[in-house]
Design a protein around this ligand. Structure first.
Ligand code: 2AM
Length: 181
């Protein structure tokens, strides 16, 4: 196929072991809310969504991103949440600073300052870190769900192409960025 653009995003990717742990959250949420459960290998936390990107820009990013170091720490997934519009149910982090996790905000800012240097525009919307668990979920009262905090130190920050596939999207990792603990 002669592609003219690719749908891109940057995200933090869990190891297979952490993804298995996150799937326990997805199963709890699915029992309550229904919808379509994410597959373990597709779980991630989006840091920057770029959307449809022309091939020349994809090429530029693939060349530049291996030189961008992203600071990474440990986060605690502690809460379930829901985006009503896209009907997504997610797992989200908390810290002593409430819902903000300082190193995650730093990782977001660091990645976006690299992207701005490459001509991309930082979104005006607030960064709401989350790992999507369900899509097309029904309305549900998430307060009844609780799980022990799940500790996650992301091993990878990656540039990913999202391709349409049966039953959802298929994600292909294009670049692994260096991380700094
Ligand atoms: P999600 O992180 O809430 O699941 C690839 O599509 C990834 O980018 C998904 O993880 C998705 O949402 C996120 N994404 C899709 N469309 C988006 C948009 N318009 N703004 C921000 N993130 C988006």
């Amino acid at each position: 196929m002669n592609q003219t653009s690719q749908r891109l995003f940057f995200g933090l990717w869990p190891s297979a072991a952490t993804a298995d742990e996150i799937m326990a959250w997805a199963r709890d949420a699915h029992a309550l809310c229904g919808g379509r459960m994410m597959q373990a290998e597709a779980l991630h936390m989006t840091l920057a969504f770029l959307g449809n990107t022309p091939e020349d820009k994809v090429h530029e990013l693939v060349q530049a991103a291996p030189g961008w170091t992203v600071p990474v720490g440990t986060l605690q997934l502690k809460r379930f949440g829901r985006f009503a519009g896209p009907r997504v149910v997610w797992a989200g982090p908390s810290s002593e600073d409430g819902e903000r996790v300082p190193w995650l905000d730093d990782a977001y800012a660091s990645l976006w300052s690299h992207l701005e240097g490459a001509g991309w525009e930082r979104p005006a919307s607030v960064f709401r870190p989350h790992v999507s668990l369900l899509r097309k979920a029904g309305p549900c009262e998430l307060d009844v769900l609780s799980r022990p905090a799940l500790s996650w130190t992301p091993e990878q920050c990656v540039l990913v192409a999202s391709r349409p596939a049966e039953g959802g999207s298929r994600y292909e990792i294009l670049v692994r960025l260096p991380i700094r603990h």
